[in-house]
Each structure stands twice: as structure tokens, then as C-alpha cells.
Design a protein around this ligand. Structure first.
Ligand code: BGC
Length: 767
């Protein structure tokens, strides 16, 4: 009965949108009942019709039939997946893409199963679908929330045209460890910036109306603390205190939840002894309890099954009990729920209410996406052809790519390059690479579709450009852990590169990591330039010191020699499809860079974890000139480049910084202003950053915490007054019970263009 009803809805999709419009204008008593009943009631009435098998089926997520993003489980044959689809035992699929392919699986779910419940179609739309934006870490360096939101919007528009209705993004894991390859997927090291970015990305993916055919459901991942994997090693244990959990790890997740993100994904790590997929504390107490999150939680790839390998569950049966009770609603490629849950409910071990709660959450998102009204809303090949790769998408990703570039160093004003009369040697294994700039997590994009730096620079025809690769850089795709693969020994091109450099006015070297050397399962123990690149850099430097080093990398690198010797360094990350155009425009000064690092760059691996918002320690300085203070004996405490660092072709002067008042009461709004002048020769943008230090607290506070920022454009010579407001929201912290509190005390406030700004004022906060 219900099945027929839904089919009628599909056929009459157009009419119902019209009714929807009328409904807004005036109430119509005769209107179709399902359309006007709130989603919760539609969910409940469907749930009543479902058998236990069908309910558990909704909690089952299968990978599609080709792209694989995790270890392939023995159980997962295509035959079995189709069989389960037809029985209504599959609630969602991932990595099925293309309007026609999605339509086919959706058709089976809607037309061949008893209840015709449509599928969620998930995909890792991490930084674009086919037209790629910069990797998320790079985009975060823009500090440009509008551009970040727009980039997610472009991604959603293309992905939805290819049949996808759910992305496994944004990743909002804070991390302080660049050895961990997945830092490329996130917003960096800071919870405040990370929270703003989380909100922008959720908004970009989901838009204002989830049922719009260009909006897709977002997924905040990986809940939680995956970014703190011990020693930066992938899939490792996490052991952190409650203060770090509440104040550093959770805020971006909370921001995503508060922004209405529809789904969460848990993670592969354990947290303080409990694999998070089985963590009731995280999923039930915090997420669904304290935060009142009404969406669902998807496991990570087979992470329910992995409870066994963690030594937390004896077998699949126990894994199913633990994960379902803990609040993991949907089993991704784990084959655990589908195998165990029905029996567990029949045996009275898992309460049916646990299943009902999970299914309700999953169905609710399907209703919100409009899939019951039209399950094929995302499956139109004509739209797919028209939308994917549109010129305006290329413009948007070029725009955000330029904004993501960080000028790390620019001595002797080597940059911008002159447009005429120079001989430029372009050297390095990544200079002509059209694949690597696409970065990791780019499953739907076509290989070799990025604009290379060589192609970008060729557009500037006033100079002579010679190109030499120098050495090879191995595609990290094959280089899972084999050191030998990372370290190619072929020096054949070195001589030509050095010869080219010798005769050049300026050498532009494009070095770094291949796009597949960061990302999932790409942890590294060294953060140098892989292979023979350092040797190449030094060989070129020996004959020509006028080097502009353009870095392409998915994580902070420890390149102390380069930072010391090379006069100009540009952080060019992996910038996606328009990479080379963005880099060339910055090198030639057609775009004045304004990016700021979202993550600290260490001097060497031994300093890790190194981050700006660390604690003071009891022995922060060597004032008395003795050895017993917090430091290393072989390396300074400072990093290579601090969080928030980034230069411009122009310069900014900060003046008249003040907190308006000395004494305040908790709850007051505290006004802070500063005058900033563009004192250089170019128009340009500055990310004005506001930090606080709470000088003493019942829980020790970091030496600096970002609490505000504004991206401001200044014309040459222009002065602007920038105002910030500090409120309870910025001045408090979570105690070890997870309670937010604001304490009286003395505060320092800093403002500047990076986290090591010394421009300071103070105030006292009273009860
Ligand atoms: C990753 C997730 C991803 C999932 C599906 C897992 O290996 O950890 O981030 O969404 O695969 O591709």
C-alpha cells in the first residue's frame, strides 16, 4: 500500500512542487496529506510498515562496484550487493556515480523492493567532483569563508548532477601532526578557524534548502580525535586528555552540528582505550545527547568490524551490539549489522528501539533531501552533461586557488617576476606535472587535467622560459610505504637543470610532494622534499641564487635549509584543476597573495607536535640563563613558519591598537580596534588576526588563542579601522567535565598578521 503511494508521489513530482508553492501562499485543506505532514510523521508512518529485516537494511551501506576507498572485504561481491538491494537490505551506497549508474541502483531500491525506499548515494566529494578546488588544507589557508563556501557549493553542484546526494565531507579533524597524511583534508591546527571553516563548508554543500537538486547532505568527520593519531601514524591509537578533547577536538564538530550538518562519520581510531565507533560517550552522550544532533552517524569504512581487530569486540556479534548501542547508525562496508542485528533483536539483546532510532534518523535525512518526493532528482544525464566542468566552475576554483597561495618568504623583492625581458628557468619534477596538483581524494576527476605551472607560466610571453625537470618524483599512489619508491635515484636530468639555471635571470623551482604522497594511509616519518629534490635544489643554488621555490605539498614540510637559503618561497599546495594558472598569476603579480598558514611548519620532525596555541609550561624561559627550562638542546623552540604567517607584495602597518576599557564584568562586550594602513606599493588583502591569552585559569590556558579574524582589502595607501568584539563566547573554555565557563582574571589581547604578533593590550575581567 505504502509502496504505491510513494510511487504516485514520484510520478507527480511536478504537481507537488506546485502545491508546495501554493501552500506557502495560502493554506489548502485538500492538499495531499503526505506533503503537509511534518517529516517526523512521515518517518513514523513509514517505520510502522517496516519489518525488522527492512529496518536493519536501512542501516547497511555498501560500496559500489568499482572505486574502492578501503580494504576490500571478502563478503562484498557485486552479486551479493544486488541481491541485498533487491531485498531492501541496503539503505545507502557509496561511490556509485554518474546519473545513469545511480539511477539504476535507485530504480532497484524504489521499484523492486517492497517499500520502495530510496537510497542515499554517498561519495567522497572532498575538494570538488570533477572540477577540483584546492585540497581543503590549502583552501583553509585562504581564511576566506565566502570562497570556501562557494567552493563547496561548486562541488555539490557537480556531484549532485552526477547522482550523488551525500558527501563524506567536511573533514573537520584538528591536527597538530603533519606526519599524518590526512592533514591535507582538514582545516589545520586551530579550533576557532576550523569551526568557521566547518560552518562554511556545511553551508556550501547543503545550501539553504536540502531538497534543492544542487544541495547534498554533508557529513562532519571523523568523530572524533582521529587527527591526534599517535606519532602521526595512520589508524593509530589516540590518548588525549579531556581538556584537549573539549577545547581543541570537539569545537569544529560542534560548529558543524550547530550549522545543521545532516550526518556525522565516526573514525578508525580509539580514544583513551575505546574505539570511537563503539563510543557511547562520544556518539550518544555528547553528539546525540548534549548537542541534540538529530541526524545519523555513519561508521567509517568497516570500522564496526574493526572493533574486533582493536580487541574491543570478541566477534561480529559483539561488534554489532557495541556499535549499535553506542549510536553508530549506519554500517559502511562492515557487513556486521546486516549479518547480526536481526538475530540480536530477536534474541532480546539489542532493543528494537535502538534500531528504530537509527532508522528514523536515516529516513529523516532521505525525506529532507526530497528523495521520497522524487528519488531520481539527482539522476538526469542532461543536467550532468550541462553542469560538470562548466566555465563558471573553473573560474570559481581558480579564484579560490589564488586565494589559497601563501607567500612564505620574499627577500630582495624577487617576486613578483618582471613580465618582460627576463630569462626564466623553470625546474623541478612538479613543474610540468598535470596530475599531482589535483591532490589526493579526487576519485571522479580525470587524470592529468590540472593546468601545470609550466602551462600557466607559458601564458606570460614576454620572457624566455626554459624548462627542465631535473629529477623524478614518484607518484605516491604506488608508494604506500616503500621508502625505495619515494627515493628515486635517477640523476640523469640533473646536469641539464643546473646548466639551464646557470644562464637564467631567475630560477623558478617547483618541488614538494606528489599529490598521492599525502591523504589517507600516507603517513610519513620524514617531512623533507622526497627523493632527490633537496639535492637538486642545492645543486641549482650553487650556480644561481635567484631562486623562487614553489612548493606543492599536502602538509607542512620541514625544509629548514630552503627557508634559510632560498630568497623567495611560495606555498602552492595542491591547488586543483586550475593550479598552474593560479600559481603563474601570483608569480607574475597579477594576483597579490594573501593566504596565511592554517598549520605550523616545523623545523624538523623532532619538534612535532608543534602548534601555536601551546601551554606555557612551568619553565617557559631561560631568564636566569640556566639549562632547566622547557626546550631542546639541539634546536630552537620556534617553528620554521608560525600559524597565521603569510606575506603580501605590499606591507601593512598596524597602529592605535586598543581594548576600549581596562575593567569589565563577565558578560560584557569588549570592543577592540586597530588602524591598519597599506604602506606598500600594491593593493592587497590582509587577514587581520585577533588572539587572546587568559593569563591564569582553573584549567591552564594556551599562550595564545585565535578568537577573531577578518580578511580586509586595502588599496595602496589606504587606512582602515578594524573592530572586533570579545564576548563570553570568545573568553571562556571547557572544563574537564565538558562544561563551558568564563572565569574572571587578567587577559592579554593581541592583534596582527600572524600568530607571533607582539602587538598587545590588556584588560581585567571581574565577576
Ligand atoms: C575514510 C573516510 C571515507 C571513507 C569512504 C575511509 O577510508 O576514512 O574518510 O569517507 O573511506 O570512502
Amino acid at each position: 500500500m505504502i509502496k504505491r503511494h510513494y510511487k504516485i508521489l514520484i510520478a507527480a513530482g511536478m504537481t507537488f512542487s506546485f502545491f508546495g508553492f501554493v501552500m506557502n501562499k495560502k493554506s489548502n485543506a485538500n492538499m495531499e496529506v503526505l506533503k503537509i505532514t511534518p517529516i517526523e510523521q512521515r518517518v513514523d508512518s513509514l517505520l510502522e510498515k517496516m519489518t525488522l529485516d527492512e529496518k536493519v537494511g536501512q542501516m547497511n551501506l555498501y560500496n559500489g562496484f568499482w572505486d574502492v576507498t578501503g580494504p576490500t572485504p571478502k563478503e562484498g561481491s557485486a552479486k551479493l550487493k544486488y541481491e541485498h538491494l533487491r531485498k531492501g537490505w541496503v539503505g545507502a551506497m557509496l561511490s556509485v556515480r554518474g546519473a545513469e549508474n545511480v539511477k539504476e541502483v535507485q530504480r532497484i531500491a524504489v521499484e523492486e523492493t517492497r517499500l520502495g525506499i530510496p537510497l542515499l548515494i554517498g561519495f567522497d566529494v572532498i575538494h570538488g567532483y570533477k572540477t577540483l578546488s584546492p585540497i581543503p588544507l590549502a583552501e583553509s589557508a585562504s581564511w576566506d569563508l565566502e570562497a570556501i563556501e562557494k567552493s563547496a557549493r561548486v562541488a555539490a553542484t557537480e556531484a549532485s548532477a552526477a547522482g550523488i546526494n551525500w558527501t563524506f565531507a567536511p573533514m573537520v579533524d584538528i591536527s597538530r601532526d603533519p606526519r599524518w597524511g590526512r592533514v591535507m583534508e582538514g582545516g589545520g591546527e586551530d579550533p576557532y578557524l576550523g569551526s568557521k571553516i566547518a560552518r562554511a563548508r556545511v553551508q556550501g554543500f547543503q545550501g539553504d534548502d536540502l531538497s534543492d537538486k544542487h544541495s547534498i547532505a554533508a557529513c562532519a568527520k571523523h568523530f572524533a580525535a582521529y587527527g591526534f593519531s599517535e606519532a602521526g601514524k595512520e589508524y593509530n591509537s589516540v590518548d588525549i586528555g579531556t581538556s584537549t578533547l573539549y577545547n581543541t577536538v570537539l569545537p569544529p564538530f560542534k560548529a558543524a552540528a550547530d550549522s545543521g550538518v545532516k550526518t556525522f562519520m565516526n573514525s578508525f581510531n580509539e580514544l583513551n582505550g575505546i574505539p570511537v565507533t563503539g563510543s557511547e560517550f562520544l556518539q550518544r552522550d555528547i553528539l546525540k545527547g548534549a548537542w541534540n544532533f538529530e541526524g545519523f552517524v555513519v561508521s567509517d569504512w568497516a570500522s564496526i568490524n574493526e572493533l574486533i581487530f582493536w580487541g574491543h569486540a570478541k566477534d561480529k556479534r559483539q561488534a554489532a551490539i557495541i556499535a549499535s548501542k553506542a549510536g553508530s547508525d549506519l554500517d559502511m562496508e562492515g557487513y556486521v549489522y546486516i549479518r547480526e542485528l536481526v538475530q540480536l533483536v530477536e534474541d532480546g539483546i539489542v532493543a528494537e528501539s535502538v534500531i528504530d532510532d537509527a532508522v528514523r534518523r536515516i529516513l529523516k535525512v532521505k525525506f529532507e533531501l526530497g528523495l521520497f518526493d522524487n528519488p531520481y532528482i539527482y539522476c538526469d544525464s542532461e543536467t550532468e552533461k550541462a553542469v560538470i566542468g562548466k566555465a563558471e566552475h573553473h573560474e570559481a576554483v581558480l579564484d579560490v586557488a589564488k586565494k589559497s597561495i601563501v607567500l612564505l618568504k620574499n627577500e630582495q623583492n624577487l617576486l613578483p617576476l618582471q613580465k618582460k625581458g627576463q630569462k626564466i628557468a623553470l625546474i623541478g619534477p612538479l613543474a610540468a606535472d598535470k596530475n599531482s596538483p589535483l591532490g589526493s581524494w579526487r576519485i571522479a576527476s580525470d587524470d592529468n587535467t590540472a593546468v601545470s605551472v609550466l602551462e600557466g607560466m607559458k601564458k606570460y610571453t614576454g620572457n624566455t622560459l626554459i624548462h627542465e625537470k631535473g629529477v623524478d618524483l614518484v607518484d605516491g599512489h604506488a608508494a604506500f610505504i616503500e621508502e625505495v619508491v619515494l627515493n628515486t635515484t635517477n640523476r640523469d636530468g640533473m646536469k641539464e637543470a643546473v646548466a639551464a639555471a646557470k644562464t637564467a635571470d631567475v630560477v623558478v623551482m617547483v618541488l614538494g610532494e606528489h599529490g598521492f604522497q599525502s591523504g589517507e594511509a600516507r603517513s610519513r616519518t620524514e617531512l623533507d622534499l622526497p627523493g632527490l629534490q633537496q639535492e637538486l635544489l642545492e645543486a641549482v643554488y650553487a650556480v644561481n641564487k635567484n631562486i623562487v621555490l614553489v612548493l606543492n605539498n599536502g602538509r607542512p614540510l620541514a625544509i629548514e635549509w630552503a627557508a634559510e637559503h632560498i630568497p623567495a618561497i611560495v606555498e602552492g599546495w595542491q591547488l586543483g584543476t586550475q593550479s598552474g594558472n593560479a600559481i603563474a598569476q601570483v608569480l607574475y603579480g597579477d594576483y597579490n597573495p594573501s593566504g596565511k598558514l592554517p598549520m605550523t611548519f616545523p623545523r624538523n620532525v623532532g619538534q612535532i607536535p608543534i602548534y601555536y596555541n601551546h601551554k606555557s609550561t612551568g619553565r617557559p624561559t631561560n631568564d636566569n640563563d640556566n639549562v632547566f627550562w622547557s626546550h631542546y638542546i639541539d634546536k630552537e623552540n620556534t617553528p620554521l613558519w608560525v600559524f597565521g604567517h603569510g606575506l603580501s607584495y605590499t606591507t601593512f602597518e598596524y597602529k592605535n591598537f586598543k581594548v576600549h576599557g581596562d575593567k569589565f564584568s563577565i558578560g560584557d562586550n569588549i570592543k577592540v580596534t586597530v588602524d591598519i594602513t597599506n604602506t606598500g606599493n600594491y593593493d592587497g588583502k590582509e587577514v587581520v588576526q585577533l588572539y587572546i591569552r587568559d593569563l591564569f585559569g582553573s584549567i591552564t590556558r594556551p599562550v595564545k588563542e585565535l578568537k577573531g579574524f577578518e580578511l580586509v582589502h586595502f588599496k595602496k595607501g589606504e587606512t582602515k579601522t578594524i573592530e572586533f568584539m570579545l564576548t563570553n563566547k570568545e573568553l571562556g573554555f571547557y572544563n574537564n567535565q565538558g562544561k563551558y565557563m568564563v572565569e574572571a582574571g587578567d587577559f592579554e589581547v593581541f592583534v596582527g598578521g600572524s600568530s607571533d604578533t607582539k602587538l598587545k593590550d590588556t584588560f581585567t575581567l571581574n565577576y
